[in-house]
Structures are given as C-alpha cells and as structure tokens.
Design a protein around this ligand. Sequence first.
Ligand SMILES: [Zn+2]
Length: 96
Amino acid sequence: MGAEPDWDAVTAAVKAALGPLPRLQPGDELSRQRLIENLAACRQGRLWQADLGLTELPPYPFACECGRSGCDLTWSATPDQYDVRSTGRVVADGHS
Ligand SMILES: [Zn+2]
C-alpha cells in the first residue's frame, strides 16, 4: 500500500470485519464512539507510517464528533492535527 490508501476499500473491510452493530444513542454515547474510532484511526495511521517509514501522513477523513444522529460530516486532517484539535469534541465544519 502506498501513501494514498483506498479508503473506500479500507472502510468496506472494516465494516465486513465488524458485522452489524447496535444503534448508538445520539449525544454523548454517539460522540464518544466517534472519538474512539478517530483515536483508532490515529493509531493505525501512525503504525502504517512507521511500517513504511513515511515522513508524514496524508490527511484522513475523521468523523465529526458532534453526536447528532445521521451526521456524516468529516474533518480532513493528519493524526498530529487531530491531536491538537481534540482537546474537546472535533466538530466538522459545515454544521449550521
Ligand atoms: Zn456532526
């Protein structure tokens, strides 16, 4: 895998591995789950970076952590940028 992963294929592989999941309650529960997923993405990205010896990672579409049901907004950033911004909830631009 090069520096430009096929995120659609990665998403499909993760969904296939996890199978059907229960619906989370909007609000803190859903927000907390998005946070866990974003932290896992940071970890996986850094492992991938170390494995390939990349000097920097390409941006990743982090999930919005607003906790609203149905929100599919993302925030494109590197794990380092996510860490800086994640002192609170990461809420994607584009919310009204
Ligand atoms: Zn949102």
